[in-house]
Ligand binder design. Structure first.
Ligand SMILES: Cc1cc2nc3c(=O)[nH]c(=O)nc-3n(C[C@H](O)[C@H](O)[C@H](O)COP(=O)(O)OP(=O)(O)OC[C@H]3O[C@@H](n4cnc5c(N)ncnc54)[C@H](O)[C@@H]3O)c2cc1C
Length: 378
């Protein structure tokens, strides 16, 4: 693509900031428009597996991720009632060499602070909610809720599950509630009163699961996400306050080790889980003006801890395609052909909720390097 192309990225999430960082390094002019007035510290953590950390290393962010988060040493799957260890995955120097990167847990607020360092100063325009997207003769016109209008040659929709850019491409369609909600709580490890827990455990129940993990290398902050069935989500809010007793009640009968963790939780919130059916239209095809990445085109259930990973991989591949091809339409075709098969596998496994439940081949997922993987022939 011509380096003078004006590229607008909508959304300063994991995918948006990563694609902006790579495109800037390739010499493009990129602006990121984010609806939020600033980044806020929502009460949640995130797991970044080796296929993510090795990509973010290329933006100079790996050390920052490890300093703000924790390089996890293990992931243990345990049966909800007996506590039997069904599988254990050790993350050590040998696994880091094999996978090509560390396995990191981090507070989402801290992650955003690190990601922001991957783009040039003043790249992000906060308080810019995209409300309208219109094709002009030689560009796209973007209108924001603050009244500002800009023109761009290429628009990258990295605006998450309720993507406005997706609406433009595919027509408005609400995401679907998957019949599950997630309790989320972050609390000081001191509240465990000396009770030692592994870096990450997934407790597998028949219809629900809970995942407590550390968020810092000092192991002084814990995040516990617990997913439970729910008939409906009636609130307009993205989350509602909840309580320790509701959390405990939802995991009544689970093993004593998990009860001990849930007795320590504080500041509990409850979140609905949404996804969308698979859709393989990620761009406007021959027009070569508009393209989607991450949750904007393939939101998935969070049961493989991989939605963010897919957004980061998309970002690396899309920037490589825009760098390689003269025509954006060709770049989009290559991007879609490269990404759709892998994302479809991850979407399917996320739906099944089987990842790392027992012995699992993790190499195809963690060893993948989106910065060097072959691009599809188009
Ligand atoms: C409970 C739960 C746990 C999860 N755990 C993990 C995990 O451990 N590991 C993992 O890899 N993934 C996990 N995920 C998935 C992950 O959070 C998402 O897949 C990831 O955040 C998607 O990144 P994104 O950049 O595509 O979108 P987002 O992170 O959603 O970013 C979209 C951005 O666009 C902005 N935006 C939206 N609309 C507009 C607009 N109109 N104008 C301007 N800006 C706009 C938003 O404010 C936001 O900043 C989890 C998800 C859930 C629900």
């Amino acid at each position: 693509m011509h380096r003078k192309a004006r590229i607008a990225v909508i959304g300063a999430g994991l995918g948006g900031l990563t694609v902006a960082g790579f495109l800037q390094r390739a010499g493009f002019t990129v602006n990121v428009y984010e609806q939020a007035p600033t980044f806020s510290r929502i009460g949640a953590g995130i797991i970044l597996s080796a296929n993510v950390t090795k990509v973010l290393r290329r933006l100079g962010l790996e050390e920052g991720l490890i300093a703000a988060g924790i390089k996890s040493q293990s992931y243990v799957s345990r049966a909800w009632d007996t506590g039997e260890v069904m599988a254990e995955f050790v993350f050590d120097q040998a696994s880091e060499r094999r996978y090509g990167g560390p396995y990191v847990h981090i507070h989402r607020g801290d992650l955003h602070a690190v990601l922001e360092r991957g783009v040039a100063p003043r790249t992000i325009a906060f308080d810019h909610q995209l409300v309208e997207l219109t094709p002009e003769r030689n560009a796209m016109r973007l209108v924001f809720s603050n009244g500002e209008t800009v023109e761009a040659d290429i628009v990258i929709g990295a605006d998450g599950i309720r993507s406005r850019v997706r609406d433009y491409l595919l027509g408005p369609e609400l995401p679907q509630f998957v019949g599950a909600t997630a309790f989320r709580a972050i609390f000081p490890a001191a509240r465990l009163n000396g009770f030692k827990i592994p870096d990450c455990t997934k407790w597998w129940g028949p219809d629900r699961h809970c995942l407590p993990y550390y968020l810092t290398g000092r192991r002084d902050e814990v995040y516990a996400i617990g997913v439970v069935p729910a008939a409906a989500w009636d609130s307009e809010e993205t989350s509602v306050p909840s309580t320790r007793s509701q959390y405990l009640q939802s995991f009544a009968g689970f093993h004593a080790d998990l009860q001990r963790v849930l007795e320590a939780v504080d500041g509990v919130t409850l979140w609905p889980i949404f996804d969308r059916k698979r859709n393989d239209t990620w761009s406007d095809g021959p027009s070569g003006r508009v393209v989607l990445l991450g949750d904007a085109c393939h939101p998935m259930r969070p049961f493989m801890a991989a939605g963010g990973a897919m957004a980061v991989e998309d970002a690396a591949i899309l920037s490589r395609c825009l760098d390689k091809f003269d025509q954006s339409a060709e770049a989009f075709r290559c991007y879609e052909a490269t990404r759709i098969p892998r994302v479809a596998d991850v979407q399917r496994i996320s739906l099944e909720n089987t990842w790392m439940r027992g012995p699992t081949d993790t190499d195809w997922f963690y060893c993948y390097d989106a910065c060097t993987a072959p691009l599809a022939a188009v």
